[in-house]
Design a protein. Structure first.
Length: 132
């Protein structure tokens, strides 16, 4: 969140991850009004899932919601607050942020797969031990 905030001229950033029917705040930087939980059926999230693209001006004028999508699901998203100088995000800034968030989402998914593989190996070893 801190690196994203620096990139966006000090705009705040918050990272939300899906947990069941809600998205829970994981970390926030310079975004004091970040919600602790956001319902997955909130209209901007429904739109992000349907369009598979960022949303603008959702919780505050000038903010961006950038989704991390795996298959057809928004597994997480980043809220970028408005820029402190009041200027809107330029299209090139939006594109750079969207690209970075997509890459972070892919990395998170790769870590989840690695974690599941380790759990499978541990369960297989436990099963072997029980069978012996």
């Amino acid at each position: 969140a801190m690196a994203l905030s620096r990139f966006a001229d000090g705009a705040g950033a918050a990272f939300y991850q899906r947990d069941g029917a809600d998205y829970d705040l994981v970390i926030a930087e310079s975004l004091p009004n970040a919600a602790l939980t956001i319902d997955a059926d909130t209209p901007f999230l429904v739109t992000m899932r349907a369009r598979r693209e960022m949303a603008r001006n959702v919780l505050a004028p000038g903010d961006l919601m950038l989704p991390m999508i795996h298959r057809a699901d928004v597994i997480a998203f980043v809220q970028m607050g408005p820029k402190p100088n009041g200027e809107p995000y330029r299209r090139d800034e939006e594109a750079a942020l969207a690209h970075a968030i997509r890459r972070i989402g892919l990395d998170i998914q790769a870590l989840r797969v690695s974690e599941l593989e380790l759990q499978n190996q541990a369960l297989a070893a436990r099963l072997d031990a029980l069978a012996a």
